[in-house]
Design a protein around this ligand. Structure first.
Ligand code: ISE
Length: 341
């Protein structure tokens, strides 16, 4: 079987990492086109890939004859239109999270995909493929932990970089815990509360950092998310499940113990950001996507869908509104799921 030729739209940190992955570590894919709003960056990435060309227009790349499938890694505000262009071209697409940065835009994607003969979109909520999250989900499904009562998440970045304001951090970072809550507990989030403690000194003035976000599930179970994205320390993503027969915690990094020299410390390596922390998850996710595309199903059954992306965006909208309610709950307004053709 010949390799699928992939266009990668956006080759910043994550996009360049996906190019490397698709070209060198994924079986059955080759990167034929790259686009970036910074042409120099696209040229530098293309230079490392035999036969890869640079496009000046993401929509040209999506529709091009030398492209069989698309990976969207552009800023979130462009995802919806670019995903819909992939549908118009009839091409399978792996779209990085978030699906969109408004619930309306995310719903447009859901509606457009429902018009297709079969789904084309895979949403890059990579934590679903992370071995630790997958094992935790398997434990919850098997019932070995008994009844799940409470889920506590911690999401810490060294710096939020350019994503400096509250809305951006909710849609870009907290969106992962929204998906984790839905993925682990297999129910929708009904309401959101946000507690804003005194901000730390590292964040920009328009960012409340840390934030404590509380997701109330339909069954009234609670998921907490302590989101602190300017720690000035390393990357940490932890999830703890309290259940009736035990407590399970992931994300402690205990699989890697590192003796550091010359600092003469001994302990666990601190990841610098999500790229090394979730490298295995991204590899598994992209390989599963490539296999699905080559096999003709276009989407892997373990992956998040456009509906998951819309549901997450609707929760993020509620969280943004809850920033201004002094801890009062904001209900999530979920529109009906369109019936596919
Ligand atoms: C980033 O875009 C990611 O997706 C990371 O997983 C997340 O931890 C980070 O906060 C986001 O900015």
């Amino acid at each position: 079987m010949t390799d699928i030729r992939v266009a990668v739209i956006g080759v910043g940190v994550m996009g360049a990492d996906h190019v490397e992955r698709l070209q060198r570590r994924t079986k059955g894919t080759t990167v034929s086109v790259v686009y970036d709003f910074d042409r120099g960056r696209a040229e530098a990435v293309a230079a490392g890939v035999n036969g890869c060309r640079v496009s000046d227009d993401p929509y040209e790349a999506i529709a091009a004859d030398d492209v069989d499938a698309v990976v969207i890694v552009s800023p979130g505000a462009f995802h919806a239109d670019q995903a819909i262009a992939c549908f118009a071209a009839g091409k399978p697409v792996l779209c990085e999270k978030p699906l969109a940065v408004t619930a309306d835009d995310a719903y447009r994607v859901v509606e457009a995909e429902a018009e297709l003969p079969k789904p084309l979109l895979t949403l890059g909520f990579m934590r679903r493929y992370d071995p630790e999250y997958a094992a935790l989900a398997a434990d919850l499904r098997s019932g070995v932990l008994g009844e799940t009562i409470l889920v506590n998440c911690k999401h810490r970045n060294a710096t939020s970089g350019l994503n400096g304001n509250d809305r951006a951090v909710v849609f870009d970072s907290a969106v992962h815990e929204v998906d984790v809550a839905r993925f682990l507990l297999r129910e929708e989030i009904a309401g959101v509360r946000v507690i804003l403690p005194r901000p730390g000194p590292n964040a920009a003035s328009d960012l409340h950092d840390p934030m404590l976000i509380l997701f109330g599930m339909e069954s009234r179970r609670l998921v907490t998310d302590e989101l602190y994205v300017n720690t000035n320390a390393g990357y940490e993503v932890r999830t703890e499940v309290l259940a009736s027969r035990g407590i399970a915690t992931i994300g402690l990094g205990v699989s890697r113990q590192v003796a550091h020299t010359p600092e003469l410390t001994w302990g666990f390596a601190h990841d610098v950001n999500w790229v090394p922390r979730f490298a295995a998850a991204y590899d598994l996710e992209v390989q599963a996507w490539a296999d699905a595309v080559r096999g003709g199903s276009n989407v892997d059954s373990h992956a998040a869908t456009s509906w998951d992306g819309y549901a997450a965006a609707a929760v993020c909208e509620a969280a943004v509104r809850a920033l201004g309610t002094d801890g009062a709950e904001v209900r999530v307004d979920l529109r009906p799921r369109p019936v596919s053709r």
